[in-house]
Write a protein that binds this ligand. Sequence first.
Ligand SMILES: [Fe+2]
Length: 198
Amino acid sequence: MAIELPPLPYAKDALEPHISANTLDFHHGKHHNTYVVNLNKAIDGTPMASKSLEEIIKASWAEKNMGVFNNAAQVWNHTFYWNSMKPNGGGKPTGDIAAKIDADFGSYEKFAEEFKAAGATQFGSGWAWLVLDGGKLKVTKTPNAELPMTSGATAILTMDVWEHAYYLDYQNRRPDYMSTFLDKLVNWDFANANLKAA
Ligand SMILES: [Fe+2]
């Protein structure tokens, strides 16, 4: 069963002016789609072809089959990233995640500082994450395609800090993109749903 490119959970221009339709056109339509196409090419005719995306990620990581892992993880990461944002999102969290952030980081401001620092200090391409690890919320970062799943942590939110995520709208200003992600885009409903399911 081939892995499919999921549609964006909102219209292509729904995140404007913060993330342009042009960026989403390339990022979803080209980058995300290419990971899907390359993954299907790599697993075609192998035992991986009958596995779920999560199973492919875990198996390829265990086997250090990076050609499969990098594409599979990037398919998963991007779908998770689209859902980590919403139109008119951003700002302080609500619901259970708000209380848990206060408990585990001290305050939303401390979390935001740590999350942006993770994104800023991820040299080159990668991801900043809010994860649940051992019952506690933590901020982590991963290089390239790596993701919390392989270390047993549960992803709650992610921010893509590959240049292709922001270059068309922000050029080299990664800090501006990260602030906008938190202030205008982050989807706390998705974070609450992931926390509840963890
Ligand atoms: Fe990306």
